[in-house]
Design a protein around this ligand. Structure first.
Ligand SMILES: [Fe+2]
Ligand SMILES: [Fe+2]
Length: 501
Protein backbone atom coordinates (compact mmCIF):
# COMPACT_ATOMS: atom_id res chain seq x y z
CA UNK A 1 0.00 0.00 0.00
CA UNK A 2 1.39 3.42 -0.86
CA UNK A 3 2.11 5.92 1.94
CA UNK A 4 -0.80 8.33 2.38
CA UNK A 5 0.18 11.89 1.50
CA UNK A 6 -1.93 14.34 3.44
CA UNK A 7 -1.68 17.78 4.98
CA UNK A 8 0.05 17.77 8.35
CA UNK A 9 -0.66 20.58 10.77
CA UNK A 10 0.05 21.47 14.39
CA UNK A 11 -3.30 20.18 15.62
CA UNK A 12 -2.73 16.80 13.99
CA UNK A 13 0.80 16.63 15.43
CA UNK A 14 -0.52 17.22 18.97
CA UNK A 15 -3.34 14.70 18.49
CA UNK A 16 -0.93 12.02 17.24
CA UNK A 17 1.51 12.59 20.13
CA UNK A 18 -1.32 12.39 22.70
CA UNK A 19 -2.59 9.17 21.05
CA UNK A 20 0.89 7.63 21.16
CA UNK A 21 1.26 8.56 24.85
CA UNK A 22 -2.14 7.02 25.69
CA UNK A 23 -1.28 3.81 23.84
CA UNK A 24 2.16 3.73 25.44
CA UNK A 25 0.48 3.95 28.89
CA UNK A 26 -1.78 1.00 27.97
CA UNK A 27 1.19 -0.99 26.66
CA UNK A 28 3.18 -0.23 29.84
CA UNK A 29 0.20 -1.35 31.95
CA UNK A 30 -0.07 -4.59 29.97
CA UNK A 31 3.67 -5.24 30.33
CA UNK A 32 3.51 -4.53 34.07
CA UNK A 33 0.64 -7.01 34.57
CA UNK A 34 2.48 -9.64 32.54
CA UNK A 35 5.67 -9.21 34.58
CA UNK A 36 3.95 -9.07 37.97
CA UNK A 37 1.32 -11.70 37.12
CA UNK A 38 3.96 -14.40 36.71
CA UNK A 39 5.26 -13.82 40.26
CA UNK A 40 3.88 -15.69 43.23
CA UNK A 41 4.97 -13.14 45.86
CA UNK A 42 2.83 -10.19 46.95
CA UNK A 43 3.02 -6.99 44.90
CA UNK A 44 5.06 -5.08 47.50
CA UNK A 45 7.67 -7.86 47.69
CA UNK A 46 7.84 -8.15 43.89
CA UNK A 47 8.29 -4.39 43.55
CA UNK A 48 10.96 -4.28 46.26
CA UNK A 49 12.95 -7.02 44.55
CA UNK A 50 12.40 -6.05 40.91
CA UNK A 51 11.18 -2.42 40.96
CA UNK A 52 14.36 -0.92 39.49
CA UNK A 53 14.45 -3.57 36.74
CA UNK A 54 10.81 -2.88 35.82
CA UNK A 55 11.45 0.86 35.73
CA UNK A 56 14.40 0.27 33.40
CA UNK A 57 12.19 -1.89 31.15
CA UNK A 58 9.51 0.81 31.16
CA UNK A 59 12.05 3.43 30.04
CA UNK A 60 13.25 1.11 27.26
CA UNK A 61 9.64 0.56 26.12
CA UNK A 62 9.09 4.33 26.06
CA UNK A 63 12.20 4.70 23.94
CA UNK A 64 10.93 2.08 21.48
CA UNK A 65 7.55 3.81 21.24
CA UNK A 66 9.29 7.17 20.66
CA UNK A 67 11.43 5.61 17.89
CA UNK A 68 8.23 4.20 16.33
CA UNK A 69 6.71 7.69 16.28
CA UNK A 70 9.80 9.22 14.67
CA UNK A 71 9.96 6.43 12.07
CA UNK A 72 6.35 6.92 10.98
CA UNK A 73 6.73 10.71 11.09
CA UNK A 74 9.31 10.49 8.33
CA UNK A 75 8.24 7.31 6.57
CA UNK A 76 4.42 7.25 6.54
CA UNK A 77 2.74 10.14 8.33
CA UNK A 78 -0.66 8.80 7.27
CA UNK A 79 -0.36 6.21 10.07
CA UNK A 80 0.07 8.95 12.67
CA UNK A 81 -2.81 11.00 11.25
CA UNK A 82 -5.25 8.13 11.36
CA UNK A 83 -6.47 7.22 14.84
CA UNK A 84 -7.60 3.88 13.41
CA UNK A 85 -4.14 3.00 12.08
CA UNK A 86 -2.40 4.07 15.31
CA UNK A 87 -4.83 1.90 17.31
CA UNK A 88 -4.20 -0.97 14.89
CA UNK A 89 -0.43 -0.62 15.30
CA UNK A 90 -0.58 -0.80 19.11
CA UNK A 91 -3.21 -3.57 19.11
CA UNK A 92 -0.93 -5.75 16.99
CA UNK A 93 2.11 -4.93 19.17
CA UNK A 94 0.15 -5.53 22.41
CA UNK A 95 -1.20 -8.82 21.06
CA UNK A 96 2.28 -10.01 20.10
CA UNK A 97 3.67 -9.12 23.53
CA UNK A 98 0.71 -10.67 25.40
CA UNK A 99 0.65 -13.93 23.43
CA UNK A 100 4.46 -14.29 23.39
CA UNK A 101 4.69 -13.70 27.12
CA UNK A 102 1.89 -16.19 27.86
CA UNK A 103 3.22 -18.93 25.57
CA UNK A 104 6.79 -18.20 26.71
CA UNK A 105 5.84 -19.40 30.21
CA UNK A 106 5.70 -22.93 28.76
CA UNK A 107 8.77 -22.64 26.52
CA UNK A 108 10.42 -19.55 25.05
CA UNK A 109 10.85 -21.21 21.62
CA UNK A 110 7.11 -21.89 21.33
CA UNK A 111 6.30 -18.21 20.86
CA UNK A 112 4.40 -17.31 17.65
CA UNK A 113 7.29 -15.08 16.65
CA UNK A 114 6.10 -13.97 13.21
CA UNK A 115 2.56 -12.98 14.26
CA UNK A 116 3.29 -9.24 14.44
CA UNK A 117 5.08 -9.30 11.06
CA UNK A 118 2.25 -11.12 9.26
CA UNK A 119 -0.54 -8.99 10.76
CA UNK A 120 1.23 -5.68 10.08
CA UNK A 121 2.13 -6.81 6.56
CA UNK A 122 -1.47 -7.61 5.66
CA UNK A 123 -3.11 -4.69 7.45
CA UNK A 124 -0.61 -1.85 6.87
CA UNK A 125 2.17 -2.76 4.44
CA UNK A 126 5.61 -4.27 3.97
CA UNK A 127 7.82 -1.45 5.24
CA UNK A 128 5.59 -1.01 8.28
CA UNK A 129 5.79 -4.76 8.93
CA UNK A 130 9.61 -4.87 8.71
CA UNK A 131 9.87 -1.99 11.17
CA UNK A 132 7.32 -3.40 13.62
CA UNK A 133 9.13 -6.76 13.53
CA UNK A 134 12.24 -5.07 14.91
CA UNK A 135 10.27 -3.08 17.52
CA UNK A 136 8.32 -6.15 18.73
CA UNK A 137 11.49 -8.28 18.92
CA UNK A 138 13.25 -5.58 20.96
CA UNK A 139 10.19 -5.05 23.22
CA UNK A 140 10.11 -8.77 24.03
CA UNK A 141 13.88 -8.73 24.63
CA UNK A 142 13.42 -5.89 27.14
CA UNK A 143 10.57 -7.70 28.93
CA UNK A 144 12.43 -11.03 28.96
CA UNK A 145 15.40 -9.33 30.62
CA UNK A 146 13.06 -7.65 33.10
CA UNK A 147 11.57 -11.06 33.95
CA UNK A 148 14.88 -11.94 35.56
CA UNK A 149 17.35 -14.76 35.23
CA UNK A 150 14.97 -17.13 37.03
CA UNK A 151 12.56 -17.06 34.07
CA UNK A 152 14.92 -17.62 31.13
CA UNK A 153 18.65 -18.07 30.62
CA UNK A 154 20.57 -15.34 28.79
CA UNK A 155 21.15 -17.79 25.94
CA UNK A 156 17.39 -18.31 25.53
CA UNK A 157 16.68 -14.56 25.64
CA UNK A 158 19.23 -13.84 22.90
CA UNK A 159 17.98 -16.80 20.87
CA UNK A 160 14.41 -15.52 21.16
CA UNK A 161 15.48 -12.05 19.96
CA UNK A 162 17.29 -13.49 16.94
CA UNK A 163 14.42 -15.86 16.13
CA UNK A 164 11.79 -13.12 16.38
CA UNK A 165 13.78 -10.82 14.10
CA UNK A 166 14.86 -13.36 11.48
CA UNK A 167 11.59 -15.33 11.24
CA UNK A 168 9.61 -12.06 11.09
CA UNK A 169 11.66 -10.73 8.18
CA UNK A 170 11.59 -14.10 6.39
CA UNK A 171 7.79 -14.30 6.77
CA UNK A 172 7.36 -10.81 5.24
CA UNK A 173 9.22 -11.77 2.08
CA UNK A 174 7.77 -15.28 1.91
CA UNK A 175 4.27 -13.80 2.13
CA UNK A 176 4.80 -11.81 -1.09
CA UNK A 177 3.90 -14.95 -3.07
CA UNK A 178 1.10 -16.10 -0.73
CA UNK A 179 -2.07 -14.82 -2.37
CA UNK A 180 -4.46 -17.25 -0.67
CA UNK A 181 -5.05 -18.03 2.98
CA UNK A 182 -3.98 -21.65 2.42
CA UNK A 183 -0.58 -20.61 1.09
CA UNK A 184 0.04 -18.71 4.32
CA UNK A 185 0.26 -22.10 6.05
CA UNK A 186 3.18 -22.88 3.74
CA UNK A 187 4.83 -19.65 4.91
CA UNK A 188 4.73 -21.21 8.40
CA UNK A 189 7.10 -23.92 7.15
CA UNK A 190 9.47 -21.37 5.57
CA UNK A 191 9.64 -19.55 8.92
CA UNK A 192 10.99 -22.78 10.43
CA UNK A 193 14.27 -22.45 8.51
CA UNK A 194 15.72 -19.58 10.60
CA UNK A 195 13.99 -20.83 13.77
CA UNK A 196 15.54 -24.30 13.65
CA UNK A 197 18.92 -23.01 12.47
CA UNK A 198 19.20 -20.54 15.37
CA UNK A 199 18.04 -23.02 18.04
CA UNK A 200 20.42 -25.73 16.78
CA UNK A 201 23.33 -23.29 16.45
CA UNK A 202 22.92 -21.82 19.93
CA UNK A 203 22.47 -25.18 21.61
CA UNK A 204 25.53 -26.57 19.81
CA UNK A 205 27.72 -23.62 20.89
CA UNK A 206 27.46 -25.04 24.40
CA UNK A 207 29.88 -27.76 23.30
CA UNK A 208 32.68 -25.18 23.19
CA UNK A 209 31.55 -23.32 26.33
CA UNK A 210 32.77 -23.68 29.97
CA UNK A 211 29.79 -26.00 30.57
CA UNK A 212 31.46 -28.51 28.24
CA UNK A 213 34.42 -28.75 30.60
CA UNK A 214 32.08 -29.34 33.55
CA UNK A 215 30.33 -32.12 31.62
CA UNK A 216 26.86 -30.42 31.72
CA UNK A 217 26.15 -30.61 28.00
CA UNK A 218 22.70 -30.79 26.43
CA UNK A 219 21.83 -34.22 25.08
CA UNK A 220 20.79 -34.73 21.44
CA UNK A 221 17.28 -35.50 22.72
CA UNK A 222 17.14 -32.18 24.57
CA UNK A 223 18.22 -30.28 21.43
CA UNK A 224 15.57 -32.04 19.33
CA UNK A 225 12.88 -31.26 21.91
CA UNK A 226 13.87 -27.57 21.84
CA UNK A 227 13.74 -27.62 18.04
CA UNK A 228 10.29 -29.24 18.31
CA UNK A 229 9.14 -26.27 20.40
CA UNK A 230 10.55 -24.03 17.67
CA UNK A 231 8.45 -25.89 15.06
CA UNK A 232 5.32 -25.29 17.17
CA UNK A 233 6.25 -21.59 17.41
CA UNK A 234 6.75 -21.19 13.66
CA UNK A 235 3.57 -23.02 12.63
CA UNK A 236 1.46 -21.41 15.35
CA UNK A 237 2.48 -17.96 13.97
CA UNK A 238 0.58 -18.63 10.74
CA UNK A 239 -2.31 -20.52 12.36
CA UNK A 240 -2.89 -17.71 14.87
CA UNK A 241 -2.49 -15.15 12.10
CA UNK A 242 -5.22 -16.80 10.02
CA UNK A 243 -7.51 -17.01 13.06
CA UNK A 244 -6.98 -13.42 14.17
CA UNK A 245 -6.81 -11.64 10.79
CA UNK A 246 -10.60 -11.71 10.13
CA UNK A 247 -11.18 -10.12 13.56
CA UNK A 248 -8.77 -7.29 12.72
CA UNK A 249 -10.28 -6.93 9.22
CA UNK A 250 -13.69 -6.52 10.84
CA UNK A 251 -12.57 -4.32 13.77
CA UNK A 252 -10.58 -1.86 11.63
CA UNK A 253 -12.52 -2.33 8.38
CA UNK A 254 -9.28 -3.20 6.55
CA UNK A 255 -9.21 -4.28 2.94
CA UNK A 256 -6.66 -7.07 2.87
CA UNK A 257 -5.98 -9.02 -0.31
CA UNK A 258 -8.00 -11.94 1.15
CA UNK A 259 -11.03 -9.79 2.00
CA UNK A 260 -10.93 -8.21 -1.47
CA UNK A 261 -10.89 -11.65 -3.07
CA UNK A 262 -13.80 -12.79 -0.92
CA UNK A 263 -15.74 -9.66 -1.90
CA UNK A 264 -15.18 -10.42 -5.58
CA UNK A 265 -16.35 -14.00 -5.29
CA UNK A 266 -19.26 -14.41 -7.69
CA UNK A 267 -21.21 -15.87 -4.77
CA UNK A 268 -20.96 -12.75 -2.59
CA UNK A 269 -24.46 -11.41 -1.89
CA UNK A 270 -24.60 -8.32 -4.10
CA UNK A 271 -22.69 -9.86 -7.01
CA UNK A 272 -24.95 -12.92 -6.97
CA UNK A 273 -27.95 -10.59 -7.21
CA UNK A 274 -26.28 -8.69 -10.07
CA UNK A 275 -25.53 -11.94 -11.90
CA UNK A 276 -29.13 -13.17 -11.74
CA UNK A 277 -31.07 -9.90 -12.08
CA UNK A 278 -28.77 -7.94 -14.42
CA UNK A 279 -26.59 -10.51 -16.26
CA UNK A 280 -25.53 -7.99 -18.91
CA UNK A 281 -24.27 -5.56 -16.29
CA UNK A 282 -22.56 -8.40 -14.43
CA UNK A 283 -20.61 -9.48 -17.55
CA UNK A 284 -19.68 -5.86 -18.26
CA UNK A 285 -18.45 -5.46 -14.64
CA UNK A 286 -16.31 -8.60 -14.86
CA UNK A 287 -14.65 -7.24 -18.03
CA UNK A 288 -14.15 -3.78 -16.48
CA UNK A 289 -12.60 -5.45 -13.41
CA UNK A 290 -10.05 -7.22 -15.59
CA UNK A 291 -9.16 -3.99 -17.41
CA UNK A 292 -8.98 -1.94 -14.19
CA UNK A 293 -6.74 -4.56 -12.56
CA UNK A 294 -4.27 -4.44 -15.49
CA UNK A 295 -4.21 -0.62 -15.53
CA UNK A 296 -3.78 -0.36 -11.73
CA UNK A 297 -0.89 -2.85 -11.85
CA UNK A 298 0.75 -0.85 -14.67
CA UNK A 299 0.46 2.36 -12.59
CA UNK A 300 1.74 0.72 -9.39
CA UNK A 301 -1.66 1.11 -7.71
CA UNK A 302 -3.40 -1.59 -5.65
CA UNK A 303 -4.57 -3.94 -8.43
CA UNK A 304 -6.67 -6.14 -6.12
CA UNK A 305 -8.56 -3.10 -4.88
CA UNK A 306 -9.10 -1.74 -8.42
CA UNK A 307 -10.46 -5.12 -9.52
CA UNK A 308 -12.83 -5.38 -6.55
CA UNK A 309 -14.09 -1.78 -6.83
CA UNK A 310 -14.75 -2.31 -10.57
CA UNK A 311 -16.93 -5.33 -9.79
CA UNK A 312 -19.25 -3.06 -7.81
CA UNK A 313 -19.13 0.12 -9.92
CA UNK A 314 -22.52 -0.46 -11.62
CA UNK A 315 -24.51 -2.23 -8.87
CA UNK A 316 -26.82 0.82 -8.82
CA UNK A 317 -28.31 -0.54 -12.05
CA UNK A 318 -29.96 -3.26 -9.95
CA UNK A 319 -32.79 -0.82 -9.15
CA UNK A 320 -34.02 -0.80 -12.76
CA UNK A 321 -31.78 -3.18 -14.77
CA UNK A 322 -34.14 -3.32 -17.76
CA UNK A 323 -33.44 0.36 -18.57
CA UNK A 324 -29.76 -0.32 -19.34
CA UNK A 325 -28.72 -1.46 -22.84
CA UNK A 326 -26.66 -4.44 -21.73
CA UNK A 327 -29.72 -6.02 -20.04
CA UNK A 328 -32.24 -5.24 -22.79
CA UNK A 329 -33.49 -7.59 -25.44
CA UNK A 330 -34.95 -6.30 -28.72
CA UNK A 331 -37.29 -3.82 -27.04
CA UNK A 332 -35.94 -0.53 -25.65
CA UNK A 333 -38.02 0.86 -22.78
CA UNK A 334 -36.58 4.32 -23.37
CA UNK A 335 -38.55 4.55 -26.62
CA UNK A 336 -41.61 5.32 -24.44
CA UNK A 337 -39.86 8.00 -22.35
CA UNK A 338 -38.78 11.59 -22.86
CA UNK A 339 -34.99 12.11 -23.08
CA UNK A 340 -35.14 14.02 -19.76
CA UNK A 341 -36.76 11.11 -17.94
CA UNK A 342 -34.39 8.60 -19.54
CA UNK A 343 -31.40 10.71 -18.49
CA UNK A 344 -32.78 10.82 -14.94
CA UNK A 345 -33.01 7.02 -14.79
CA UNK A 346 -29.51 6.50 -16.21
CA UNK A 347 -28.00 9.22 -13.97
CA UNK A 348 -29.49 7.72 -10.80
CA UNK A 349 -27.47 4.47 -11.05
CA UNK A 350 -24.32 6.17 -9.73
CA UNK A 351 -26.02 7.42 -6.58
CA UNK A 352 -28.13 4.25 -6.18
CA UNK A 353 -24.90 2.22 -6.34
CA UNK A 354 -23.40 4.36 -3.59
CA UNK A 355 -26.44 3.80 -1.34
CA UNK A 356 -26.63 0.08 -2.10
CA UNK A 357 -22.94 -0.50 -1.30
CA UNK A 358 -23.27 1.44 1.97
CA UNK A 359 -26.44 -0.43 2.97
CA UNK A 360 -24.63 -3.75 2.40
CA UNK A 361 -21.80 -2.57 4.70
CA UNK A 362 -19.26 -2.88 1.93
CA UNK A 363 -16.13 -0.68 1.98
CA UNK A 364 -16.68 3.08 1.70
CA UNK A 365 -14.01 3.17 -1.04
CA UNK A 366 -16.20 0.95 -3.28
CA UNK A 367 -19.16 3.30 -2.72
CA UNK A 368 -16.99 6.31 -3.64
CA UNK A 369 -15.92 4.67 -6.90
CA UNK A 370 -19.55 3.85 -7.78
CA UNK A 371 -20.52 7.48 -7.20
CA UNK A 372 -17.57 8.94 -9.12
CA UNK A 373 -17.22 6.57 -12.09
CA UNK A 374 -19.15 8.84 -14.49
CA UNK A 375 -17.94 12.10 -12.94
CA UNK A 376 -19.93 15.01 -14.36
CA UNK A 377 -20.03 13.64 -17.92
CA UNK A 378 -23.06 14.28 -20.11
CA UNK A 379 -25.27 11.28 -20.92
CA UNK A 380 -24.49 11.62 -24.61
CA UNK A 381 -27.20 9.44 -26.14
CA UNK A 382 -30.13 11.21 -24.48
CA UNK A 383 -28.58 14.67 -24.78
CA UNK A 384 -28.22 14.11 -28.53
CA UNK A 385 -31.80 12.74 -28.70
CA UNK A 386 -33.11 15.82 -26.86
CA UNK A 387 -31.12 18.13 -29.17
CA UNK A 388 -32.83 16.55 -32.18
CA UNK A 389 -36.27 17.04 -30.62
CA UNK A 390 -35.96 20.71 -29.71
CA UNK A 391 -35.21 23.96 -31.47
CA UNK A 392 -34.55 25.85 -28.23
CA UNK A 393 -31.54 25.90 -25.93
CA UNK A 394 -30.86 22.85 -23.76
CA UNK A 395 -29.02 22.91 -20.49
CA UNK A 396 -26.35 20.22 -20.78
CA UNK A 397 -26.27 19.84 -16.97
CA UNK A 398 -29.84 18.46 -17.10
CA UNK A 399 -28.38 15.59 -19.13
CA UNK A 400 -25.19 15.10 -17.10
CA UNK A 401 -24.18 12.95 -14.16
CA UNK A 402 -24.12 14.76 -10.83
CA UNK A 403 -20.54 13.84 -9.92
CA UNK A 404 -18.29 14.19 -8.07
CA UNK A 405 -15.44 13.74 -10.51
CA UNK A 406 -12.96 10.90 -9.74
CA UNK A 407 -11.07 11.73 -6.56
CA UNK A 408 -8.45 8.98 -6.79
CA UNK A 409 -6.31 7.45 -9.54
CA UNK A 410 -8.21 4.18 -9.16
CA UNK A 411 -11.58 5.93 -9.65
CA UNK A 412 -10.12 7.57 -12.80
CA UNK A 413 -8.86 4.19 -14.07
CA UNK A 414 -12.33 2.66 -13.56
CA UNK A 415 -13.99 5.62 -15.31
CA UNK A 416 -11.81 5.07 -18.42
CA UNK A 417 -11.93 1.25 -18.31
CA UNK A 418 -15.73 1.34 -17.97
CA UNK A 419 -16.21 3.51 -21.07
CA UNK A 420 -13.51 1.66 -23.04
CA UNK A 421 -15.12 -1.73 -22.41
CA UNK A 422 -18.58 -0.56 -23.49
CA UNK A 423 -17.24 1.31 -26.51
CA UNK A 424 -15.00 -1.49 -27.80
CA UNK A 425 -17.75 -4.08 -27.24
CA UNK A 426 -19.96 -2.02 -29.59
CA UNK A 427 -17.32 -1.82 -32.35
CA UNK A 428 -18.39 -3.79 -35.44
CA UNK A 429 -14.79 -4.47 -36.43
CA UNK A 430 -12.31 -4.82 -33.57
CA UNK A 431 -8.79 -4.40 -34.88
CA UNK A 432 -5.73 -2.96 -33.10
CA UNK A 433 -6.33 0.35 -34.91
CA UNK A 434 -10.08 0.67 -34.19
CA UNK A 435 -9.59 -0.29 -30.51
CA UNK A 436 -6.73 2.22 -30.15
CA UNK A 437 -8.82 4.93 -31.78
CA UNK A 438 -11.82 4.23 -29.49
CA UNK A 439 -9.71 4.29 -26.30
CA UNK A 440 -7.89 7.45 -27.39
CA UNK A 441 -11.22 9.21 -28.03
CA UNK A 442 -12.54 8.21 -24.59
CA UNK A 443 -9.50 9.59 -22.76
CA UNK A 444 -9.42 12.80 -24.83
CA UNK A 445 -13.12 13.45 -24.28
CA UNK A 446 -12.72 13.09 -20.51
CA UNK A 447 -9.68 15.36 -20.50
CA UNK A 448 -11.58 17.95 -22.53
CA UNK A 449 -14.45 17.83 -20.03
CA UNK A 450 -11.93 18.17 -17.13
CA UNK A 451 -12.93 14.92 -15.47
CA UNK A 452 -9.44 14.36 -14.03
CA UNK A 453 -9.08 17.79 -12.42
CA UNK A 454 -9.68 16.47 -8.88
CA UNK A 455 -7.35 13.45 -8.82
CA UNK A 456 -3.59 13.07 -9.02
CA UNK A 457 -3.37 11.47 -12.45
CA UNK A 458 -0.68 12.61 -14.90
CA UNK A 459 -0.43 12.64 -18.70
CA UNK A 460 2.13 9.83 -18.36
CA UNK A 461 -0.41 7.77 -16.36
CA UNK A 462 -3.09 8.37 -19.01
CA UNK A 463 -0.72 7.26 -21.79
CA UNK A 464 0.08 4.10 -19.79
CA UNK A 465 -3.64 3.43 -19.19
CA UNK A 466 -4.32 3.81 -22.93
CA UNK A 467 -1.55 1.37 -23.89
CA UNK A 468 -2.65 -1.16 -21.24
CA UNK A 469 -6.30 -0.95 -22.28
CA UNK A 470 -5.48 -1.42 -25.96
CA UNK A 471 -3.25 -4.43 -25.20
CA UNK A 472 -5.82 -6.03 -22.88
CA UNK A 473 -8.84 -5.31 -25.07
CA UNK A 474 -7.21 -6.63 -28.24
CA UNK A 475 -6.32 -9.74 -26.20
CA UNK A 476 -9.91 -10.15 -24.96
CA UNK A 477 -11.51 -9.56 -28.36
CA UNK A 478 -8.79 -11.34 -30.35
CA UNK A 479 -9.44 -12.29 -33.95
CA UNK A 480 -10.66 -15.87 -34.43
CA UNK A 481 -10.47 -17.87 -37.66
CA UNK A 482 -13.91 -18.55 -39.10
CA UNK A 483 -14.62 -22.27 -39.13
CA UNK A 484 -15.63 -23.74 -42.52
CA UNK A 485 -19.05 -25.39 -42.72
CA UNK A 486 -18.82 -29.19 -42.53
CA UNK A 487 -21.46 -31.89 -42.86
CA UNK A 488 -21.06 -35.40 -41.42
CA UNK A 489 -22.39 -38.61 -42.90
CA UNK A 490 -21.90 -42.37 -42.56
CA UNK A 491 -19.57 -43.88 -45.15
CA UNK A 492 -19.98 -47.23 -46.94
CA UNK A 493 -17.94 -49.06 -44.32
CA UNK A 494 -20.02 -47.52 -41.44
CA UNK A 495 -17.32 -44.96 -40.54
CA UNK A 496 -18.21 -41.27 -40.06
CA UNK A 497 -16.98 -39.01 -42.90
CA UNK A 498 -17.14 -35.27 -43.44
CA UNK A 499 -17.78 -33.14 -46.54
CA UNK A 500 -17.75 -29.37 -47.11
CA UNK A 501 -21.08 -27.57 -46.97
FE1 LIG B 1 -22.04 3.17 -14.82
FE1 LIG C 1 -20.15 0.46 -16.22
Amino acid sequence: MKPIKTQWNKQQAIKSIVLFLVYFALLALLSFFLLVGTRLNSLSVVMRENGSRYLYALCCLFLLVAITYVYFFFENRGILMSGKNTALLFCVLGLQIGVSFGVGQMNIYMRPVALVSLLTLMLLGRREAAFMTVIAALAMFVLDNASGADAYTQKEIYASLLIAFSSGIVSIFACACAKTRFRIILVGFIILIPVLFIIALLELTLFVSPEALQGTLPTAEYIFIQMGYGVIGGISSTVLFLAILPIFEWMFNCLTVYRLRELTSHDSRLLRKLRTEAPGTFNHSVSVAQLAESCAAALGENADFARAAAYYHDVGKLHQPEYFTENQGDYNLHDELTPELSADIIRSHAHDGYELIRSHHLPQLFADVALQHHGTLPIRYFYAKALKMTDGELNIEDFSYSGPKPQTRIAAIIMIADAAEASVRALPNRTQETVEEAVRKIIEERMELEQFSECAITMQDLALIRRTLVDTLTGVYHRRVSYPGLRYKKGKDGKTEGENE
